[in-house]
Design a protein around this ligand. Sequence first.
Ligand code: EPZ
Length: 418
Amino acid sequence: MDKILIQGGIALAGEVHISGAKNAALPILAATLLSSEIHRLKNVPRLGDITTLKRLLEKIGAEISEKDDYCEIQVKHIKNNEAPYSWVKTMRATILVLGPLLARCGEAHVSLPGGCAIGARPIQLHLMGLEKMGAEITIEHGIIHAKAAKLKGAAIYLETPTVTGTETLMMAAALAEGTTTIENAACEPEIGDLAHFLNHCGAQIIGAGTDHIVINGVSALSGASYEVMPDRIEAGTFMLAAAITKGDLHLKNCRPADMISIIEKCRTTGSEIRVEKDALRVLGKEIHAVDLKTLPYPGLPTDMQAQFMALMSVSDGASVITETIFESRFNHCAELRRMGADIRVEGKHAMIKGVPRLSAAPIMASDLRASASLILAGLVAEGETEIRRIYHLDRGYEAIEQKLTDVGAVIQRVKGKA
Ligand code: EPZ
């Protein structure tokens, strides 16, 4: 397994090009199952989870060809309506094929995703909504068997604003008979991007990105050319790379309007942030201790919690981080403590006392955003930090060590034997 070595203590400076959003590209790729025509998708990031989903879509029947700056995908026929455990266990987001498969061909057999490092991550709300739309759903031997001759519009209330749950139901409703409403829908910008793509294909979706979405089902969807939105979590991660190294980064091709909570929280810690139309300039100055709590959008994203934890580990005081979305998303704390961070975890709260300097140590990534947190810590730790199990990182960041090298980081990937 590969590992990453980072020499700490360098202030980063220069331009970073932000890639397309993983969490918008995944549902948009799944949504291509809803049409038999050609889609041309630009700004799809080249990273692990995207590759996994593309391979699964090919097994289902998609023809995918990578061009210079876009990906062409067409699902003329559904050859196989299954997503077995061997696929789902490597990436839970494969659950996103359930809704489109059911809407396209009336039947789907998708492995029930297990939990993951950050929590149990149930999907009962996805299934509840599909049943309200007329699907017959049984679960046997860990496989979800879903059948529906024709999905019907329904009024659906989500007790929790689930992101992929909202996306599943929006995709299924796009081809249902009649109108579907989703109350207490998740509002993340990636949901708006998916709806924007679907409407380009002829869907009739209103209100995506708010907690009340209306979908008027149509009989068929066409192909579309579409550019995926920029990744706000990658941009946020690089913002904190500038903050923690007291550097000066110019983040190009990002969408500040999706990142208000991240920008404001980063400003409160002491960074200077200049907002441009599709770019951000971040100058790290002081690092003040601040409290933060993760919340559904437009609150501070849980996907930025680990990265802020690294920043607070070297702040000028004490802070409390509260994780309200996932029940075990503090796996990075133990590794940061190995580097000298002063962090105490009690339930959903982490109490952090900033230390003057972290020290390099061999550490291990546990999940995607924890890996990013460890990279940030390595950028400021004294000595050379070695991070193992970086396959977690590769699932969600495109060429991160190249992007960091381009702005001055001394970072290298060492190919593993095993
Ligand atoms: C999406 O996961 C993202 N993944 C996650 O990003 C992100 O952390 C999460 O939303 C929250 O913003 C993708 O978009 C591919 P949820 P998702 O369903 O949809 C509970 C990353 O790092 N819940 O919104 O799986 C659930 O337990 C990843 O890029 C139910 O109780 O998250 C959790 O507490 C990690 N029942 C809360 O809702 C359900 O049926 C939010 O989960 C569904 C969810």
